[in-house]
Design a protein around this ligand. Sequence first.
Ligand SMILES: Cc1cc2nc3c(=O)[nH]c(=O)nc-3n(C[C@H](O)[C@H](O)[C@H](O)COP(=O)(O)O)c2cc1C
Length: 268
Amino acid sequence: MSQFNLDQSKCNSCGSCVSNCPLGHVEMINNYPQTIPETSCSSCGHCEAGCSEGAINISGPNLEPPLINISSEISPEDMGNYMRNRRSIRNYKKNTIPRKTIEEIMDIVRFAPSGVNQQPINWIIIEDPEKVKVLAGLCIRWMEKLVDSNSPLAQVLPMESLIKVSKTGSDPILRGSPHVFIAKAQDDQGSAVTDGVIALSHLELALPSFDLGSCWAGFLKMASDYEPIREFLGLKENELFIGALMVGYPDCTFYRVPKREKLSVKYI
Ligand SMILES: Cc1cc2nc3c(=O)[nH]c(=O)nc-3n(C[C@H](O)[C@H](O)[C@H](O)COP(=O)(O)O)c2cc1C
């Protein structure tokens, strides 16, 4: 539970905190904002962030500002180039990411939006490349089981060829990445799945600015209900595996942006 603290000596009574509040939790009383007790606060911090005078401070036991707070303007051209040049990386260098860099990246990711600012996502970050190999091996075991039992899923996905590739010593599942970042949540939370996918997308977009790359680990996601995988990851019964990215330093170069289909948009 967070607390709305107002420094009246700084407040210019502009009312931006009232208009920025998504839940009608703040109102002007005698020219100063106050919280309305019977309403709730999602701790989104928009009242604080939008106050030109710095008169509002939202405090709470678990609230922390970003490590670095630099505001910069990125041109649409720079942003477009950056986002279009993001690529799924399937070849990684062996070197691992320093813990400090991981912490800096995750300090960006934790500012991803979430429904009613619930921030339900927590993470498993595999730091040890040997553990990534074990995880990839468990995915292959899951596929072997499906192939052996003639599961319809094994017909839809190229499981037999993935198993074959894995037997040659290469890793078609996690692509030899040194790390895997997994977004998880308690399964009873409202928009947790959407929030997790958004958080993973934030992670994916932040990584190239650290000279890192990633690829969505779709096969791992499919295998994530396989009990040996849940056990390996230490997932509790009520915990939901939302999605994962392989992460590491790219060992490949892309010289141009690949073509994509024309966008289909209906303007109404
Ligand atoms: C949900 C999802 C799951 C994916 N799973 C895999 C995967 O298991 N292995 C893989 O090599 N690529 C995977 N990809 C990467 C896609 O193939 C890739 O995004 C697509 O080909 C477009 O390439 P780009 O990301 O470089 O633009 C996945 C992507 C998404 C969004």
